[in-house]
Design a protein around this ligand. Structure first.
Ligand SMILES: CC(C)(COP(=O)(O)OP(=O)(O)OC[C@H]1O[C@@H](n2cnc3c(N)ncnc32)[C@H](O)[C@@H]1OP(=O)(O)O)[C@@H](O)C(=O)NCCC(=O)NCCS
Length: 154
């Protein structure tokens, strides 16, 4: 698995917009076209295509959240692998690449949040295995998990 995360641009947005989850997973994640619309108008969002070599296989999107005096945190809003490409290690590899990217900029961020509907066992297993912990919070019916980030030394 040779996964990279690529910026969305005029060359690839159509291909990324065509990627879909299975019918019974649609309540787990917004569609990619909608997520790309959100990223166009919400400047704190970063959408990225997940690629195996030159093949688009998925999509992720994260937010740079500013909680004022509480500091800043990353929040992963979207993770999806196309229904035809699931179960091959792409989801895990995409998350590892995304966490590496976010960790590389930890100086002002205290953690990484991610949330999912309680029925999404695959998401729970994946995120827990990567070190995310249950915060006990529930937002819009979704369980909120968090991966703490330690400040890198100066
Ligand atoms: C969740 C998702 C991104 C995982 O992607 P994937 O490429 O299929 O996952 P991987 O093959 O990399 O598997 C990673 C881990 O996910 C978990 N997982 C994946 N499929 C699973 C399933 N059917 N049942 C239980 N756990 C599963 C396992 O913990 C697995 O760990 P392993 O590496 O030890 O096997 C993908 O299933 C998906 O797009 N789902 C629909 C959208 C969604 O739910 N997104 C998350 C919203 S918060």
């Amino acid at each position: 698995v040779n996964i990279t995360l690529r910026e969305i641009d005029r060359e690839n947005y159509r291909a990324i917009g065509k990627l879909k989850v299975a019918d019974n997973q649609q309540r787990f994640v917004a569609t990619n076209p909608w997520s790309m619309v959100q990223s166009k108008y919400e400047p704190d969002l970063t959408p990225l295509g997940v690629y195996d070599g030159d093949t688009p296989v998925g999509f992720v999107m994260y937010c740079d959240e500013d909680y004022g005096v509480m500091g800043r945190a990353w929040s992963i809003w979207r993770v999806m692998i196309d229904q035809t490409q699931q179960g091959r290690g792409y989801g895990r590899a995409a998350m590892e690449a995304l966490l590496a990217r976010l960790r590389a900029n930890t100086t002002t961020h205290t953690g990484i949040f991610i949330s999912f509907v309680p029925e999404n066992i695959a998401a729970r297993n994946l995120y827990t295995s990567l070190g995310f912990e249950d915060t006990g919070m529930v937002e819009d019916g979704e369980l909120v998990f968090r991966l703490p980030l330690t400040k890198s030394s100066p």
